[in-house]
Design a protein around this ligand. Structure first.
Ligand code: TMP
Length: 260
């Protein structure tokens, strides 16, 4: 499938049109940003790893009946996705308190929450993605009551599934961000999971050592990010245990070949 024109460029991904009006190509960049673009860098190989990890998680979620926008991965950096009308809310799910909630509410870092906590942020970079209440979402028609109820049910299942999936490979799912969109088919509209699920959008801690295996390595200068993302991919079985050719090395090999 060939890329058409750029439809949208975000901080970590670019969306391109295709010859099929219902499908787009999602390209994973190596750019990393934090604190609403205040901190920026390019981390070679991040896009390749996120493409693979997100594909793995979304395919697993499909298998338990969570409909999502992924059609298939095209190559190292690109996926074909269904075009949806994104609900302008970031749905933040927290199992353990860390990050913004500890600063905002003075909750002690690492507090295990008695049940998953769902927070809503308005997707608006200019406003710094502010926290909003369900009442705001309904008041300003960002989503309907029915859509919210459906999304909440999906989120609880996604959280349960992902906690188990990561627990099985020695990783605690601390928190994560999800996005949903409206898909129109044959005149009917339904809400499906969209965007990516990767160490950019989740907090993942090693079960035994609490070592951070996610974008907090970049946000908080905890050391290299690529070995941590590679470790997540390896544990999920995406990169072969014995292989010493990581996804990143493959990218490098390709670019060396091209130069020759
Ligand atoms: P926070 O503690 O900074 O609010 O982040 C909560 C979770 O949401 C964490 O796993 C990181 C993720 N997240 C994003 O994916 N994108 C964002 O823009 C923000 C603010 C958080």
């Amino acid at each position: 499938m060939k890329k058409g024109k750029k439809l949208y460029e975000g901080k970590a991904k670019i969306i391109y049109t295709t010859a099929d009006k219902d499908l787009a190509i999602q390209y994973f960049k190596d750019d990393a940003t934090a604190f609403n673009n205040l901190k920026k860098s390019t981390i070679e190989g991040k896009g390749v790893l996120n493409n693979r990890i997100s594909e793995h998680i979304l395919n697993n979620l499909s298998q338990i009946g969570i409909k999502n926008h992924l059609v298939k991965r095209l190559n190292m950096r690109e996926q074909i996705i269904k075009i949806v009308d994104i609900i302008p809310i970031e749905f933040i799910v927290r199992n353990v308190a860390t990050g913004s909630i500890t600063k905002r509410l003075g909750i002690e870092d690492g507090t295990v929450l008695k049940e998953p906590l769902l927070e809503y942020c308005l997707k608006d970079d200019k406003l710094g993605d502010p926290l909003v209440a369900e009442e705001h979402i309904l008041m300003f028609d960002w989503a309907t009551k029915q859509e919210l109820e459906k999304v909440k049910k999906m989120i609880l299942r996604i959280n349960d599934f992902m906690i188990g999936m990561f627990w099985g490979v020695g990783i605690k799912l601390i928190d994560f961000k999800l996005e949903f969109g409206r898909l129109k088919t044959n005149g009917k509209t339904e809400v499906i999971l969209a965007d990516e699920i990767s160490p950019d959008t989740c907090r993942l801690w090693d079960s035994i050592t609490d070592k951070k295996l996610d974008k907090d390595r970049f946000r908080k200068k905890l050391g290299d990010l690529i070995p941590a993302y590679t470790e997540v991919a390896r544990r999920l079985g995406i990169l072969h245990e014995q292989s010493n050719v990581s996804a990143v090395n493959v990218t490098k090999l390709r670019s060396i070949k091209k130069k020759k």
